[in-house]
Design a binder for this molecule. Structure first.
Ligand SMILES: [Fe+2]
Ligand SMILES: [Fe+2]
Length: 385
């Protein structure tokens, strides 16, 4: 078997790193991986990464191997630098050119910035060589700056050799593409989730419900899903889909939805159609979020003993998300003040829900729900009306 020489190893490392970086969609994990890869390729002792957001350089993450070995904690909090040449990172961001500095204490006068050694002094660290690389996306726009500190060759701190610049540029460019894609897909996802939430709000506002009801009941639903061991994706989808439970109320006429007195049996029948109406609005989507929303809209008024509506489903025939949101929705309605009633005490609500085990609610879910009171109370307080 042939042993890979240094060059081959480097290519392999670059290809693997490129693959890993291009597949990561969680921004924090991605930035972690970028710094990890850059440290290894440049054989640097420390590294920090800045990303340009809203026209400033936002410090995102740093690693310092020496300080980590000594268990010295160093600042990891976000701070911002102006996009100008008065700082090293700013200079590289503005010029778009790599800077390889042999010794930061002997900087030429040609630069507008000086090396700021205040944090070195605070941390008992000495920065000497630096390699600062612009992070560019596919169109060549600078989207961040990668700052490597102290090239470490077997314990000796040396200037960064020229040979590391090319591979590091490859990593920086791959990082730029991945950061841009991740930020864009995060933005798109946030917009999607917000639109869905606002759709839920549109229905609730007509019902004079507050947005806080949606926030509380969707968080309660997530807490319960977590308590019964559902995975992170299910919990997150449920959190974002639960606000759609009453979206069908959009189709209920005002004189019924906003009636201050008791509904007649005929009006009540119309009111009940909001479950099916909501399902019709949301069904047959390719988006998992809307699909779950459709299920919840249809099944959140089903009861465990089969006396609910619209289908009178019994027990496990009711989709799990319907059984979960039923508890979360009723729990929130009872613990909130409404124009016709005051808010119930938690213990009274627990007694009531316990008495409804196997009738309105899935008995197992009621037990798990009330085991989570610490988390539930914190959501209750966070989104108080
Ligand atoms: Fe409803
Ligand atoms: Fe509700």
């Amino acid at each position: 078997m042939q042993v890979a020489n240094g060059q081959e190893k480097l290519y392999q490392e670059l290809i693997e790193a490129g693959l890993v970086l291009s597949q990561e969609r969680d921004l924090d994990v991605l930035l972690d991986k970028i710094v990890e890869t850059a440290l290894s390729i440049a054989q640097a002792d420390a590294c920090s990464l800045y990303v340009i957001q809203n026209n400033v350089l936002e410090f995102k993450i740093a690693r310092n191997l020496t300080l980590e070995k000594k268990n010295v904690s160093y600042p990891k909090n976000s701070f911002q630098l102006k996009l100008d040449s008065n700082t090293l990172a700013g200079h590289v961001a503005v010029s778009g050119k790599t800077l390889n500095i042999q010794d930061v204490h002997r900087l030429h006068d040609q630069y507008d910035f000086k090396f700021d050694n205040s944090s070195d002094i605070k941390l008992g660290y000495e920065t000497r060589s630096m390699l600062v690389v612009p992070v560019k996306n596919l169109s060549g726009t600078v989207v961040g700056v990668l700052q490597l500190i102290n090239h470490n060759r077997n314990g000796e701190i040396l200037p960064f050799p020229r040979e590391v610049i090319s591979p590091l540029t490859v990593i920086a460019n791959q990082s730029g593409i991945s950061i841009t894609n991740t930020l864009l897909s995060n933005q798109l996802e946030e917009a999607h989730i917000e639109t869905v939430y606002r759709l839920g709000m549109a229905a609730e506002t007509r019902d004079k419900e507050t947005g806080n009801h949606l926030k509380r009941m969707s968080h309660y639903s997530k807490i319960l899903a977590k308590a019964i061991g559902m995975d992170e994706t299910y919990q997150q989808t449920l959190l974002n889909a639960a606000p759609l439970h009453d979206v069908g109320k959009i189709g209920i006429p005002d004189h019924i939805l906003q009636k201050n007195s008791k509904l007649t049996p005929e009006e009540w029948e119309i009111m009940k159609t909001h479950a099916e109406l909501g399902y019709q609005i949301l069904k047959d989507s390719k988006a998992p979020l809307l699909n779950m929303g459709a299920e919840i809209a249809l099944s959140h008024h089903e009861k465990f003993d089969g006396t609910g509506y619209p289908k009178g489903l019994k027990g496990d025939r009711i989709p799990l998300e319907g059984r979960i949101t039923a508890i979360a929705d009723v729990f929130d309605a009872l613990t909130s003040r409404r124009c016709y009633k005051k808010a119930w005490d938690f213990s009274d609500v627990q007694d009531y829900c316990t008495s409804e085990k196997g009738k309105h609610f899935d008995p197992e879910l009621v037990d798990r729900f009330f085991e989570q009171m610490t988390e539930i109370v914190s959501i209750y307080n966070k989104y108080k009306d």
